[in-house]
Design a protein around this ligand. Sequence first.
Ligand code: ZN
Length: 183
Amino acid sequence: MVEVKRCDWIQGKPDYYVHYHDHIWGKPEYDDQALYKWLILECFHTGLSWQLVLSKEAHFSEAFLDYDYQLVAQFTEDDIQRLKNNPGIIRHEGKIKAAINNAKAFMEIQNEYGSFKEYIWGFTDGQQVVKQTDDHLTRSDLSDTITKSLKAHGFKWVGSVTIYSYLQAIGIINDHDLACDFR
Ligand SMILES: [Zn+2]
């Protein structure tokens, strides 16, 4: 049997995390609803572990209506209270409000650029940034630039570290180890 080689950091992690590493992390994502999904999950990720966020993904999906940003943008104060009382997700009022605010900003980007995909992939002319070393970066000039732009477009909870992680999630940055079979 041929041994499958994966990034060092995924060794010993639970199956759902390995699935994320194998099938999502570093793979180009072009669907706007999925681009919104990973953006708000990364906002919730801020200051916490990604494993924790991923472990709650099914609850997030239910709470945020399959990440339908058009519906999330219409969430009211009642919805915020409901989410704050939902033990399945991360009950952080600022992040919950950011998810709603960012749904609105996301649609403004769509109006301006045609799609969020056109906007976000435009920063690299549609190209993936593939790392050539086994260094583990947590931010870069690219994530700084995109963070600045997102903030100018009204997005909240989008620091450069959060956005670097987002760019890995949606495959604009491919940071798989050089020896990883999923690179
Ligand atoms: Zn890998």
